[in-house]
Write a protein that binds this ligand. Sequence first.
Ligand code: ATP
Length: 347
Amino acid sequence: HLARWRAAFFAVVTTAGYCAIAGIIWLGGHEVIDKRMSPGELTELMLYTAIVAGALGSVASLWGSLQTAAGATERLFKIIDTVPEIRDPEAPARLPAGGGAVHFQNVSFHYDARPEHPVLRGVDLRIAPGEVVALVGPSGAGKSTLTALLYRFFDVKEGSVSLDGADVRTLKLAELRGAMAIVAQEPVLFSGTIRANIAYGKTGATDAEIEAAARDAHAHEFIAKFPDGYKTLVGERGVKLSGGQRQRLAIARALLADPRVLILDEATSSLDAESEALVQKAFARLMKGRTTLVIAHRLSTVRDAHRIVLLSDGKIAEQGTHDALMATGGLYRRLVEHQVIFREAVS
Ligand code: ATP
């Protein structure tokens, strides 16, 4: 609509400009013929006319730009004024001291975009402090969604999620999320130095603490090989790191943060064998003695976990150790044998 008005405005101004120039040449020409004006004066007049017409054209384009900017500003303020759905409670409770006990109590959830499609249905899961739980299941079973509810990216539709006895909805978001760390499949690195990327895990971390975390995450070796070491720039304008290196940096960040609860999403894509072994070692170091919910894609991870929870169709279908579940001969075994949930073949 606005574009049509702009085009019409331009057309009118341009036509008026051409008519004015044509009129001035016609009238001026007669004045010169009648010797009331010299050819030099006519040239001067035409020059001034062209300058004025040009200036009028600029005003028209400025007006158009102002209209566009006004529209954009309106949309910008709409975004700024958006109130996030997940926000701090009015009177937040303090997170009780604890070792990271997690309880999903009768949790049901659907995404608002698809209310007719339940993603989790009555999930009941209690995780003890320090326990490592491997979440497995077919694609779309609800594994990521379950971890997202713990981090409070979304709120449950029914039931509750609690950390050390406190319902996550009663806690300040910063306090809740400060007690957890997420290592994603594709970790996000910020544009900045390697040091800053690791230090993000803890405010005021010292160089010694950062290096210790990097060593534990098996990242120090590759960092030390860069000429600038910890000052090497990564991210958009920095050096490009491999998937395994990025994961080890994310693990170093999480180690430094020393969270009560860890949420891990194992990479589905293969890393090279050496990198994979180092990432595995780093993961093991990070999980040690820490409540961990790991979306597992590797057999070695589930073998090391205290418990495997198999999600299927938004429900806990089976749980136990790998050997126990294989012996039961149920859904888990079928999914493993058909290579649905692990990359490796299991004999
Ligand atoms: P995968 O192993 O493929 O990552 P998953 O078990 O982690 O799968 P979820 O990502 O939790 O599964 O998704 C569960 C269901 O919710 C899927 O049907 C998915 O399409 C749907 N879903 C996930 N995120 C959204 C969203 N933001 N909006 C609407 N539906 C979503």
